[in-house]
Design a binder for this molecule. Sequence first.
Ligand code: AMP
Ligand code: MG
Length: 403
Amino acid sequence: MIPLSEALQRTLDGVRTLAPREVACHHAAGLVLARDVVATEHVPPFANTAVDGFAVHSADVQTVPAVLRVIGTCAAGDSREWSVARGEALRIMTGAPMPAGADAVVMVEDCEQSGDSVRVGRSVAAGSAVRPVADDVRAGDVVFAAGTVLTAAGAGVLSSINARNVAVFPRARVALLSTGDELVTDGSMLRRGQIRESNLTMLEILLAENECEAQNLGVVADDEAMLERTLLEAARTNDAIVTSGGVSMGDFDVVKAVLSRIADMQWMQMAIKPAKPFAFGLLAVDDRRVPVFGLPGNPVSSLISFELLARPALRKMMGHTQHLSRPLVRAVVDAPLRRKPDGKTHYMRVFGEFAGDGRLHVRDTGPQGSHQLAASAAANGLAVVPDGAGVAAGGEVDVMLIG
Ligand code: AMP
Ligand code: MG
């Protein structure tokens, strides 16, 4: 058995970052920028009012109340060239350009208009309620450096500066398949020995949550020729392949039989529970070498090895250089996390909440068998419980935040 850290290192060493590509900014959120983004426009493009009110010369309202002559109304989007002289005011709406002459805006709440005169009840300083040109972004600024993970707000910023396309590391296209003659996906009645397939559903969603584009190839029968054809075809049209099942020591572990033959694989046994077996390798097709992640079939093991190994590697492929693995938080154990010594680190499924003391408090979510996915479904963390007898209530444990 090797430590998880070594398995992770071998996996990360085997994958390469995908070639950058230009995408529309509204498709770039969640992706990593491949180049600096430099603004070519100011935001806002002109000085404008931050409130609904009256644009004035601040000098005219130093003594209040002050009565000014209203010269008109200016809405956001108004393109007229307004000019306010001393003794005058322009009724103006949030976002409308500041008129020439005026240097401040008095909120409508502080004014009383009757006909074409306004009584200003509050004095304001020069610049008050005015948003200067380029107050948000200045043309020439690097708004986002290469390597930034674009957020929804970030995509909004790109729109605001008219950066319609940006260079990003693209979503990894990941073929997903499951193996096992016992698996049923079509809703039909279970015959003796059959179970419902669950990993494809789970992994397809995990891939999407991690900005990958999953191509779900369904269940492939435990048939070597069929599996070989499917894997080679998947490698031609995808950046990576995730398989579920058939990577351990069983007689019908066809994934192992086929991949051993056609790909350059490492069959790892890690000192962790669940998810001891894990396979990683490269499948050569045409002139490409496509990473293959062989996850075990037990649903909890599939989930955990995706989180601990496949996810970090896919993130590296998609240009991430930081936080490849999920963050760890030191947490307080509210109910004992019991386990037996077995030479392995256990990744126990826990639910954690930040409590009044500002600390994360965790308790396990139920039975921890690798076939018991239901208890994992309630987990938002994986407690990293070192070899030994577990952690007593009140003790501390590192928790990997998975949700
Ligand atoms: P394997 O890794 O193929 O030896 O499978 C280990 C266990 O996980 C067996 O009990 C399988 O029936 C079960 N299993 C394998 N693949 C799936 C799947 N896609 N969905 C649900 N259970 C599975
Ligand atoms: Mg199997």
